[in-house]
Ligand binder design. Structure first.
Ligand SMILES: [Zn+2]
Ligand SMILES: [Zn+2]
Length: 730
């Protein structure tokens, strides 16, 4: 029996596929791509390993058709990371590999850039000597150019002879020149510091020293720095050390579109190629960025979630900025993974330090600090004169409120504007109003596909569903009784309108997903605030992402109460993080900031603890609550979710799945229950929750249970997925 290749294919089957090496040529290395026959298809797969034999009878084993990579696209560490992710998330390894590689590579594109080259043939040299092209001066000129080096790249020809393509075609037709392809060797990339950074304060220097001392071995660090304390400068100094040692760094950020400033700071600081990977790239741009990383040309790779799989030769440091951010968790599609958690695993495999930075670290990370697994580095001073903002609760029950803004908040805005400050008004809801109500019969505009109301978008004259994207014209009258309708509640659009009426002549900017539709929109809004042209910024969550407005002195949080009474055990954590992050926008410059938080529940223990003791006090209280209730990080969760055309269908599969799990040891099954918003986009959603005090118990159980669940007949009637360590519970 010859050696058998074990190949991962992008199929939902939980296994590898056996193939024989190619009939001709050297066998592929582990981590290389191969093209293989699969039924009637030809698929691109990844060689994950080799074996001495196969369970398949020899006559059924087929050879691979083509080896696509002389140099594997995944090194040993990358293969190990894929295998780890497949095992931990209980997901087919072929689909995990599909997440790790850009689409172009999955379709067989070369892993290294190739350049078009043109060369002179012997007949061409003869033609030049006899001046056979004297009647075609452009062909003669091109022959002359090719004769200089006998081979020239398309780029070089373009620089010497404009419109060279037509004569080149003519030379080829006459047999005087040939076109070919060369593997483009990346130019060696230097890494120099362009502009030295500012002097570090003591805490920053200590953080840099602590991680710097761990370079060359694994260590997990939580860089817990209040907003404005200069976390980015710590990353920059560490990357500087890494580059000086000849290494490379991987920086993960929540969303590139929301953090152009971070990429900008790396570009300003370092004179070295940087590969940037995010969801806004075209397939081709993604391939180019991947190649820059793979070839080692890029010394720094900055990317969002899936960049945790990016190839980084001589990886020496991983940074996860804003590690608490929910966007690091992929909670849709095939593989549901946490890029933050995978970053820690990757750092461990690679033997390099990982830095998890945040002003509001996740409770999981703080728990890991308490357990001694992670080291916390604190930055508690704001850089350069800036004072921490003063937080105040504004009791909505005792204040006059107009259009969602309490009178004391209006007065504060007026005062700060008069003192030449800028103001941020935060409301985590876009659109004009969340509800359209008939004042005659009480009809409320519903989404036909979801258990949700349609949001009023006044400017666009539309009613839109924020869950399924349904879009309808805004009716002037009630479709049931014909009476007048009215918008109830507030969104960013309406707050902007109310502020414009209250402060005529004051320029107002808005930042939400309706405003930011394409590249550059965000920068335009940020630019208006940075230049001082806009005095008030109204925005959603988007405003919390790392923007620095030195003149911003007041932040008003309009609807803090959302999240105080949610059924999701993580809602308080998210609320506290949002409040602290939004508040952190105030007083980044020399002037102290003020933060007003409107609430109808100012005595809520979470809010009072947060205001009295800051995020630390809140986190401690929240962790104690989680410990008592046995929620993560004191327990491990997995959610088996599904959706179907009917509520009964969605529950039926989960009921059968639960029945398969006869009295598991150390694992509790909760449900199945319909989702809080059961109907979304016309489908009914339900969930079965699995919980265990011990991670290994949960995973052992899943190992045995899932293959059986997969075989259920009802599994084929629904769309189902398993989410290990789910962030959102519904
Ligand atoms: Zn009506
Ligand atoms: Zn909908």
């Amino acid at each position: 029996m010859p050696q058998v290749l074990r190949v991962a294919l992008d199929t939902p089957l939980r296994r590898l596929f056996d193939y024989l090496p190619p009939l001709a040529g050297p066998p592929p290395a582990v981590g290389a791509r191969v093209r293989v026959p699969f039924g009637r298809q030809r698929l691109v797969g990844l060689v994950m390993g080799t074996a001495g034999g196969s369970d398949l009878p020899a006559e059924r084993l087929k050879p691979v058709l083509e080896v696509l990579d002389a140099q594997p696209v995944l090194d040993g560490a990358a293969v190990a990371l894929l295998e780890w992710a497949a095992a931990y998330y209980h997901h087919p390894v072929g689909e995990v590999a599909a997440v790790a590689l850009p689409r172009a590579l999955r379709e067989g594109a070369p892993s290294v850039a190739r350049e078009e080259v043109w060369s002179l043939t012997a007949a061409g040299a003869e033609a030049l000597r006899t001046d056979a092209a004297r009647r075609a001066p452009r062909q003669r000129a091109l022959l002359g150019l090719l004769a200089e080096g006998f081979t020239a790249t398309a780029g070089a020809l373009q620089g010497r002879l404009a419109d060279w393509r037509a004569p080149a075609r003519a030379l080829r037709e006459r047999g005087w020149a040939v076109r070919g392809e060369l593997t483009a060797a990346p130019a060696p990339s230097a890494a120099a510091v362009r502009t030295p950074g500012p002097a570090l304060v003591a805490e920053q220097a200590q953080a840099v020293a602590a991680v710097g001392a761990a370079l060359g071995r694994f260590g997990a660090f939580v860089l817990h720095g209040i907003t404005g304390s200069g976390k980015t400068e710590v990353y920059l100094r560490l990357v500087e050390q890494v580059l000086a040692r000849g290494g490379r760094a991987l920086i993960l950020v929540p969303e590139i579109g929301l953090t152009p400033q971070l990429v900008g700071r790396f570009r300003e600081r370092f004179d070295t190629p940087i590969a940037v990977m995010h969801s806004g790239l075209t397939d081709h741009e993604r391939l180019l960025a991947w190649r820059d990383a793979f070839s080692g040309q890029a010394r720094i790779v900055i990317g969002t979630r899936s960049a945790v799989f990016a190839p980084v030769p001589q990886l020496a440091l991983i940074v996860v900025d804003e590690e608490h951010d929910a966007s690091f968790k992929q909670h849709e599609g095939a593989l549901r993974y946490s890029a933050r958690d995978l970053a820690v695993v990757r750092a461990h495999h690679a033997g390099v330090p990982v830095v998890l930075g945040s002003a509001t670290p996740s409770l999981e990370s703080l728990h890991n600090v308490a357990a001694g697994r992670y080291t916390r580095l604190r930055l508690q001073q704001r850089a350069a004169r800036a004072q921490p903002p003063v937080l105040k609760l504004l009791d909505l029950r005792s204040a006059a409120v107009q259009s969602g803004i309490a009178t004391p908040a209006v007065l504060a805005i007026e005062r700060h504007l008069k003192e030449d400050g800028q103001v941020l008004v935060f409301i985590n809801r876009r659109g004009y109003a969340p509800t359209l109500l008939c004042t005659g019969c009480g009809w409320v505009a519903p989404c036909r596909e979801c258990d949700a109301r349609l949001t009023v978008h006044q400017g666009a004259g539309r009613l839109r569903c924020h869950h399924c994207g349904a879009d309808a014209p805004l009716p002037a009258r009630c479709p049931v009784c014909g009476f007048a309708v009215k918008a109830v509640g507030q969104g960013t659009e309406r707050i902007e309108e109310a502020l414009a009426a209250t402060f005529p002549g004051v320029s107002i900017a808005r930042l939400d997903r309706d405003v930011v539709r394409s590249r550059g929109d965000m920068e335009a809004v940020v630019g208006r605030m940075a230049s001082g042209e806009a005095r008030i910024l109204v925005g959603t969550q988007m405003v919390t992402k790392g923007h620095d407005f030195p003149n911003l002195t007041l932040v008003v949080v309009l609807n803090a109460d959302q999240g105080l009474f949610s059924t999701d055990f993580r809602a308080p954590e998210r609320l506290a993080q949002t409040i602290v992050q939004v508040a952190g926008r105030a007083g980044r410059g020399a002037r102290a900031g003020e933060v007003l938080i409107q609430s109808s529940f100012p005595e809520h223990p979470l809010l009072t603890r947060l205001l009295a003791e800051g995020y630390d006090g809140f986190a401690q209280a929240a962790l104690e609550e989680r410990a008592q209730a046995a929620w993560p990080p004191f327990a491990r969760l997995a959610a088996l979710r599904d959706s179907a055309r009917s509520a009964e269908g969605a529950l039926a599969f989960l009921v059968e799945a639960r029945r398969l799990a006869a009295a598991p040891r150390g694992v509790r099954l909760l449900g199945p229950v319909p989702a809080a918003m059961a109907r979304r986009a016309g489908r009914y959603h339900a969930q079965l929750l699995l919980e265990s005090r011990e991670r290994s118990r949960l995973h052992d159980f899943l190992d045995g249970w899932l293959p059986a669940v997969e075989q259920l007949k009802s599994a084929r009637a629904v769309r189902w997925s398993l989410d290990v360590d789910p962030l959102e519970l519904f």
